[in-house]
Design a protein around this ligand. Structure first.
Ligand code: ATP
Ligand code: MG
Length: 344
Protein backbone atom coordinates (compact mmCIF):
# COMPACT_ATOMS: atom_id res chain seq x y z
CA UNK A 1 0.00 0.00 0.00
CA UNK A 2 1.49 3.34 -0.90
CA UNK A 3 1.28 5.79 1.95
CA UNK A 4 0.94 9.56 1.68
CA UNK A 5 2.05 11.69 4.58
CA UNK A 6 0.49 15.05 5.36
CA UNK A 7 2.25 17.11 8.00
CA UNK A 8 0.19 19.75 9.73
CA UNK A 9 2.54 22.49 10.89
CA UNK A 10 2.26 26.02 12.22
CA UNK A 11 2.72 28.14 15.33
CA UNK A 12 1.49 27.32 18.84
CA UNK A 13 -2.22 27.09 19.51
CA UNK A 14 -3.42 27.78 15.96
CA UNK A 15 -5.44 24.57 15.62
CA UNK A 16 -2.91 22.07 14.26
CA UNK A 17 -4.19 19.17 16.35
CA UNK A 18 -7.83 20.01 15.65
CA UNK A 19 -7.29 20.31 11.90
CA UNK A 20 -5.09 17.20 11.69
CA UNK A 21 -7.92 15.27 13.34
CA UNK A 22 -10.58 16.94 11.18
CA UNK A 23 -8.69 16.18 7.96
CA UNK A 24 -8.29 12.59 9.15
CA UNK A 25 -12.01 12.17 9.79
CA UNK A 26 -12.98 13.55 6.38
CA UNK A 27 -10.43 11.43 4.53
CA UNK A 28 -11.48 8.29 6.41
CA UNK A 29 -15.16 8.92 5.73
CA UNK A 30 -14.27 9.17 2.05
CA UNK A 31 -13.00 5.61 2.30
CA UNK A 32 -9.30 6.36 2.64
CA UNK A 33 -7.53 4.24 5.22
CA UNK A 34 -6.21 6.99 7.47
CA UNK A 35 -4.08 7.26 10.58
CA UNK A 36 -4.06 10.50 12.56
CA UNK A 37 -0.94 10.96 14.66
CA UNK A 38 -1.59 13.60 17.30
CA UNK A 39 0.60 15.31 19.83
CA UNK A 40 -0.86 16.33 23.14
CA UNK A 41 -4.48 16.94 22.05
CA UNK A 42 -6.64 19.22 24.19
CA UNK A 43 -8.53 17.14 26.76
CA UNK A 44 -11.89 17.17 25.05
CA UNK A 45 -10.47 16.42 21.63
CA UNK A 46 -8.55 13.51 23.15
CA UNK A 47 -11.86 12.26 24.49
CA UNK A 48 -13.38 12.58 21.04
CA UNK A 49 -10.53 10.59 19.56
CA UNK A 50 -10.83 7.88 22.20
CA UNK A 51 -10.10 7.95 25.89
CA UNK A 52 -7.57 5.17 25.70
CA UNK A 53 -5.57 6.82 22.94
CA UNK A 54 -2.05 5.46 23.23
CA UNK A 55 1.17 5.45 21.31
CA UNK A 56 0.04 2.40 19.32
CA UNK A 57 -2.41 3.18 16.50
CA UNK A 58 -5.93 2.04 17.32
CA UNK A 59 -9.13 2.06 15.31
CA UNK A 60 -11.57 4.77 16.31
CA UNK A 61 -15.11 4.03 17.37
CA UNK A 62 -17.13 2.51 14.55
CA UNK A 63 -15.17 4.32 11.83
CA UNK A 64 -13.94 1.56 9.51
CA UNK A 65 -11.08 3.59 8.03
CA UNK A 66 -9.88 5.77 10.88
CA UNK A 67 -7.03 5.06 13.27
CA UNK A 68 -5.38 7.35 15.77
CA UNK A 69 -2.22 7.36 17.83
CA UNK A 70 -0.79 9.84 20.24
CA UNK A 71 2.89 10.63 20.34
CA UNK A 72 4.56 10.57 23.70
CA UNK A 73 7.98 12.13 23.26
CA UNK A 74 9.58 10.68 26.40
CA UNK A 75 8.25 7.17 25.77
CA UNK A 76 9.55 7.25 22.22
CA UNK A 77 12.98 8.29 23.42
CA UNK A 78 13.10 5.18 25.54
CA UNK A 79 12.17 3.19 22.47
CA UNK A 80 14.89 4.95 20.47
CA UNK A 81 17.51 4.19 23.14
CA UNK A 82 16.45 0.56 23.26
CA UNK A 83 16.53 0.31 19.48
CA UNK A 84 19.96 1.82 18.98
CA UNK A 85 22.00 1.01 22.09
CA UNK A 86 23.01 -2.42 23.32
CA UNK A 87 20.68 -3.67 26.08
CA UNK A 88 22.95 -2.80 29.02
CA UNK A 89 23.73 0.68 27.71
CA UNK A 90 20.04 1.24 26.94
CA UNK A 91 19.05 0.38 30.52
CA UNK A 92 21.73 2.70 31.89
CA UNK A 93 20.64 5.49 29.56
CA UNK A 94 16.99 5.25 30.47
CA UNK A 95 17.85 5.26 34.17
CA UNK A 96 20.30 8.17 33.85
CA UNK A 97 18.81 11.51 34.99
CA UNK A 98 20.66 13.25 32.15
CA UNK A 99 18.93 11.09 29.62
CA UNK A 100 15.65 12.43 30.87
CA UNK A 101 16.99 15.99 30.96
CA UNK A 102 18.54 15.84 27.49
CA UNK A 103 15.53 14.20 25.89
CA UNK A 104 13.07 16.69 27.34
CA UNK A 105 15.17 19.88 27.31
CA UNK A 106 17.18 19.59 24.11
CA UNK A 107 15.19 21.74 21.70
CA UNK A 108 15.04 19.24 18.86
CA UNK A 109 14.26 16.22 21.07
CA UNK A 110 10.51 16.29 21.01
CA UNK A 111 10.51 17.00 17.29
CA UNK A 112 12.89 14.16 16.60
CA UNK A 113 10.99 11.67 18.73
CA UNK A 114 7.74 12.70 17.04
CA UNK A 115 9.30 12.50 13.58
CA UNK A 116 10.83 9.09 14.29
CA UNK A 117 7.48 7.68 15.46
CA UNK A 118 5.58 9.24 12.58
CA UNK A 119 8.02 7.82 10.05
CA UNK A 120 7.65 4.37 11.63
CA UNK A 121 3.92 4.58 10.90
CA UNK A 122 4.50 5.84 7.35
CA UNK A 123 6.95 2.99 6.78
CA UNK A 124 4.46 0.42 8.04
CA UNK A 125 2.49 0.81 4.78
CA UNK A 126 -0.68 -0.05 6.66
CA UNK A 127 -2.46 3.21 5.82
CA UNK A 128 -3.09 5.17 2.64
CA UNK A 129 -2.82 8.47 4.47
CA UNK A 130 -0.93 9.36 7.63
CA UNK A 131 -1.84 12.82 8.94
CA UNK A 132 0.80 14.06 11.35
CA UNK A 133 0.16 16.77 13.89
CA UNK A 134 3.42 18.46 14.88
CA UNK A 135 4.54 19.24 18.44
CA UNK A 136 4.00 22.76 19.77
CA UNK A 137 7.58 22.93 21.03
CA UNK A 138 8.85 22.57 17.48
CA UNK A 139 9.42 26.20 16.64
CA UNK A 140 9.21 26.72 12.91
CA UNK A 141 10.98 24.18 10.82
CA UNK A 142 12.63 22.37 13.76
CA UNK A 143 10.52 19.35 12.99
CA UNK A 144 12.35 19.03 9.68
CA UNK A 145 15.84 19.83 10.93
CA UNK A 146 15.60 17.76 14.13
CA UNK A 147 17.17 14.61 12.61
CA UNK A 148 20.30 16.57 11.78
CA UNK A 149 20.37 18.23 15.21
CA UNK A 150 20.08 14.87 16.94
CA UNK A 151 22.82 13.33 14.83
CA UNK A 152 25.03 16.19 15.91
CA UNK A 153 24.14 15.70 19.56
CA UNK A 154 24.73 11.98 19.55
CA UNK A 155 27.71 12.37 17.24
CA UNK A 156 29.41 14.30 19.93
CA UNK A 157 29.50 17.88 18.76
CA UNK A 158 28.26 18.93 22.15
CA UNK A 159 30.65 16.57 23.83
CA UNK A 160 33.50 17.90 21.74
CA UNK A 161 32.54 21.38 22.69
CA UNK A 162 32.59 20.44 26.36
CA UNK A 163 35.88 18.64 26.22
CA UNK A 164 37.68 20.21 23.29
CA UNK A 165 39.44 18.30 20.55
CA UNK A 166 38.63 14.69 19.83
CA UNK A 167 36.06 12.60 21.55
CA UNK A 168 37.53 11.52 24.86
CA UNK A 169 37.39 8.12 26.46
CA UNK A 170 36.23 7.40 29.97
CA UNK A 171 39.62 8.20 31.46
CA UNK A 172 39.34 11.75 30.27
CA UNK A 173 36.46 12.41 32.62
CA UNK A 174 38.36 11.09 35.58
CA UNK A 175 41.32 13.30 34.88
CA UNK A 176 39.67 16.49 36.04
CA UNK A 177 42.79 18.51 35.52
CA UNK A 178 42.44 17.93 31.79
CA UNK A 179 40.10 20.75 30.99
CA UNK A 180 39.04 23.74 33.02
CA UNK A 181 35.41 23.18 32.11
CA UNK A 182 35.49 19.71 33.67
CA UNK A 183 37.45 20.90 36.69
CA UNK A 184 34.80 23.50 37.36
CA UNK A 185 32.02 21.02 36.65
CA UNK A 186 33.54 18.56 39.10
CA UNK A 187 33.80 21.19 41.81
CA UNK A 188 30.36 22.59 41.29
CA UNK A 189 28.42 19.44 40.56
CA UNK A 190 30.34 16.92 42.61
CA UNK A 191 32.11 13.82 41.43
CA UNK A 192 29.11 11.52 41.34
CA UNK A 193 27.11 13.83 39.15
CA UNK A 194 30.01 14.31 36.78
CA UNK A 195 30.38 10.55 36.50
CA UNK A 196 26.72 10.29 35.58
CA UNK A 197 27.21 12.87 32.87
CA UNK A 198 30.28 11.04 31.59
CA UNK A 199 28.42 7.74 31.55
CA UNK A 200 25.52 9.38 29.76
CA UNK A 201 27.68 10.68 26.93
CA UNK A 202 29.57 7.42 26.68
CA UNK A 203 26.36 5.41 26.38
CA UNK A 204 24.83 7.95 24.03
CA UNK A 205 27.83 7.60 21.76
CA UNK A 206 27.14 3.90 21.27
CA UNK A 207 23.83 4.77 19.61
CA UNK A 208 25.53 6.94 17.00
CA UNK A 209 25.58 4.60 13.99
CA UNK A 210 21.98 3.56 14.48
CA UNK A 211 20.70 7.04 15.12
CA UNK A 212 22.61 8.52 12.19
CA UNK A 213 21.22 5.94 9.78
CA UNK A 214 17.70 6.38 11.12
CA UNK A 215 17.96 10.18 11.11
CA UNK A 216 18.90 10.05 7.44
CA UNK A 217 15.85 7.90 6.65
CA UNK A 218 13.63 10.25 8.62
CA UNK A 219 15.01 13.24 6.76
CA UNK A 220 14.28 11.55 3.44
CA UNK A 221 10.71 10.78 4.49
CA UNK A 222 10.09 14.31 5.72
CA UNK A 223 11.42 15.67 2.46
CA UNK A 224 8.90 13.59 0.53
CA UNK A 225 5.93 14.48 2.74
CA UNK A 226 3.27 17.04 1.96
CA UNK A 227 2.96 19.92 4.37
CA UNK A 228 0.23 22.39 5.18
CA UNK A 229 0.83 25.44 7.34
CA UNK A 230 -1.90 26.48 9.78
CA UNK A 231 -2.11 30.03 11.06
CA UNK A 232 -4.57 32.56 12.43
CA UNK A 233 -4.62 36.23 11.52
CA UNK A 234 -2.60 37.08 14.65
CA UNK A 235 0.94 38.45 14.33
CA UNK A 236 2.86 35.70 16.15
CA UNK A 237 1.50 32.68 14.27
CA UNK A 238 1.68 34.68 11.04
CA UNK A 239 5.40 35.25 11.54
CA UNK A 240 5.76 31.54 12.15
CA UNK A 241 3.82 30.73 8.97
CA UNK A 242 6.03 33.08 6.97
CA UNK A 243 9.08 31.18 8.23
CA UNK A 244 7.66 27.94 6.85
CA UNK A 245 7.16 29.42 3.44
CA UNK A 246 10.61 31.01 3.41
CA UNK A 247 12.66 28.24 5.00
CA UNK A 248 10.93 24.96 4.28
CA UNK A 249 11.91 24.80 0.60
CA UNK A 250 15.53 24.62 1.71
CA UNK A 251 15.04 21.42 3.67
CA UNK A 252 11.82 19.83 2.41
CA UNK A 253 8.95 20.29 -0.02
CA UNK A 254 7.34 23.65 -0.31
CA UNK A 255 4.09 23.80 1.74
CA UNK A 256 1.03 22.80 -0.29
CA UNK A 257 -1.16 25.48 1.25
CA UNK A 258 -1.67 27.94 4.05
CA UNK A 259 -4.73 27.29 6.21
CA UNK A 260 -6.22 30.32 7.92
CA UNK A 261 -8.02 29.03 10.99
CA UNK A 262 -10.51 30.78 13.27
CA UNK A 263 -11.49 33.22 10.57
CA UNK A 264 -14.42 35.62 10.87
CA UNK A 265 -17.14 35.31 8.21
CA UNK A 266 -16.62 37.64 5.26
CA UNK A 267 -20.36 38.37 5.38
CA UNK A 268 -19.67 40.38 8.54
CA UNK A 269 -17.70 42.92 6.52
CA UNK A 270 -20.90 44.37 5.13
CA UNK A 271 -22.93 44.11 8.32
CA UNK A 272 -25.25 47.08 8.54
CA UNK A 273 -25.50 48.48 12.07
CA UNK A 274 -28.25 50.99 11.27
CA UNK A 275 -31.23 50.55 13.53
CA UNK A 276 -29.15 48.59 16.06
CA UNK A 277 -28.78 50.28 19.45
CA UNK A 278 -25.41 51.18 20.99
CA UNK A 279 -23.15 49.62 22.16
CA UNK A 280 -24.12 46.70 19.93
CA UNK A 281 -23.80 48.83 16.80
CA UNK A 282 -20.20 49.88 17.49
CA UNK A 283 -19.40 46.31 18.43
CA UNK A 284 -20.71 45.19 15.07
CA UNK A 285 -18.62 47.84 13.30
CA UNK A 286 -15.55 46.64 15.17
CA UNK A 287 -16.09 43.05 14.08
CA UNK A 288 -16.78 44.19 10.52
CA UNK A 289 -13.44 45.99 10.51
CA UNK A 290 -11.67 42.93 11.91
CA UNK A 291 -13.31 40.61 9.36
CA UNK A 292 -12.16 43.01 6.63
CA UNK A 293 -8.62 43.15 8.01
CA UNK A 294 -8.45 39.35 8.05
CA UNK A 295 -9.70 39.10 4.49
CA UNK A 296 -7.09 41.55 3.19
CA UNK A 297 -4.35 39.88 5.15
CA UNK A 298 -5.22 36.44 3.71
CA UNK A 299 -5.23 37.75 0.18
CA UNK A 300 -1.90 39.46 0.69
CA UNK A 301 -0.32 36.37 2.23
CA UNK A 302 -1.50 34.07 -0.55
CA UNK A 303 -0.25 36.38 -3.26
CA UNK A 304 3.06 37.22 -1.60
CA UNK A 305 3.94 33.56 -0.99
CA UNK A 306 2.19 32.38 -4.13
CA UNK A 307 0.35 29.61 -2.37
CA UNK A 308 -3.01 27.90 -2.24
CA UNK A 309 -5.16 28.94 0.66
CA UNK A 310 -7.85 27.35 2.79
CA UNK A 311 -10.11 29.28 5.13
CA UNK A 312 -11.58 27.63 8.25
CA UNK A 313 -14.32 29.45 10.16
CA UNK A 314 -14.16 30.31 13.82
CA UNK A 315 -16.75 28.00 15.39
CA UNK A 316 -18.76 29.17 18.39
CA UNK A 317 -17.93 25.86 20.10
CA UNK A 318 -14.57 24.11 19.73
CA UNK A 319 -15.15 20.84 17.86
CA UNK A 320 -14.97 17.92 20.26
CA UNK A 321 -16.47 14.97 18.43
CA UNK A 322 -15.88 13.36 15.06
CA UNK A 323 -19.02 14.80 13.47
CA UNK A 324 -18.09 18.32 14.59
CA UNK A 325 -14.59 17.83 13.16
CA UNK A 326 -16.10 16.78 9.84
CA UNK A 327 -18.43 19.81 9.92
CA UNK A 328 -15.44 22.07 10.45
CA UNK A 329 -13.89 20.88 7.20
CA UNK A 330 -17.22 21.04 5.34
CA UNK A 331 -17.71 24.63 6.56
CA UNK A 332 -14.26 25.63 5.40
CA UNK A 333 -13.27 26.85 1.97
CA UNK A 334 -10.52 25.29 -0.09
CA UNK A 335 -9.42 22.66 2.41
CA UNK A 336 -10.87 19.58 0.73
CA UNK A 337 -9.31 20.31 -2.69
CA UNK A 338 -5.87 20.52 -1.03
CA UNK A 339 -6.57 17.25 0.75
CA UNK A 340 -7.72 15.36 -2.34
CA UNK A 341 -4.76 16.62 -4.36
CA UNK A 342 -2.43 15.38 -1.63
CA UNK A 343 -4.00 11.96 -1.52
CA UNK A 344 -4.16 11.49 -5.31
N1 ATP B 1 -11.93 26.77 13.92
C1 ATP B 1 -12.02 26.71 15.25
N2 ATP B 1 -13.09 27.22 15.89
C2 ATP B 1 -13.17 27.18 17.23
N3 ATP B 1 -12.26 26.65 18.03
C3 ATP B 1 -11.15 26.13 17.47
C4 ATP B 1 -10.97 26.13 16.05
N4 ATP B 1 -9.78 25.54 15.78
C5 ATP B 1 -9.25 25.19 16.97
N5 ATP B 1 -10.06 25.54 17.99
C6 ATP B 1 -9.79 25.38 19.43
O1 ATP B 1 -8.61 26.10 19.72
C7 ATP B 1 -7.83 25.43 20.71
C8 ATP B 1 -6.41 25.17 20.16
O2 ATP B 1 -6.51 24.25 19.09
P1 ATP B 1 -5.43 23.07 18.93
O3 ATP B 1 -5.18 22.39 20.21
O4 ATP B 1 -5.90 22.23 17.79
O5 ATP B 1 -4.18 23.94 18.50
P2 ATP B 1 -2.66 23.44 18.30
O6 ATP B 1 -2.10 24.25 17.17
O7 ATP B 1 -2.62 21.98 18.16
O8 ATP B 1 -2.05 23.90 19.67
P3 ATP B 1 -0.60 23.48 20.23
O9 ATP B 1 0.40 24.29 19.47
O10 ATP B 1 -0.70 23.86 21.68
O11 ATP B 1 -0.47 22.00 20.00
C9 ATP B 1 -8.58 24.15 21.04
O12 ATP B 1 -9.34 24.37 22.18
C10 ATP B 1 -9.49 23.95 19.83
O13 ATP B 1 -10.68 23.26 20.18
MG1 MG C 1 -1.51 20.57 19.24
Amino acid sequence: MSTRALLVTGGGGVGKTTLAAAIGVVAARRGIRTLVVTVDPARRLADALGTTLGTEPQPLGDEPNLWAAMLDASASWEAIARRHADPAAAERLVANPFFHAATTQFPASQSYAAAEEAVTFIDARAWELVVVDTPPAAGGIDFFTAPRAITDLVGGRLLRWMTGGNLPGRRFFFDRTARPVLRIAGTVLGTQLLDQIAQFFMDLRTTYDGVRRRAKEIEDHLRGAHTVVVTTADPTPLREAVRFFRELPEVARRPEAVIFNRTLPTSWIDADPSGIPEPLASNLRRWAAEAHRQQELRAEFASRYDTRMAVVPWQPEPPTDLDALERLVKASEGLEPVLWDTVD
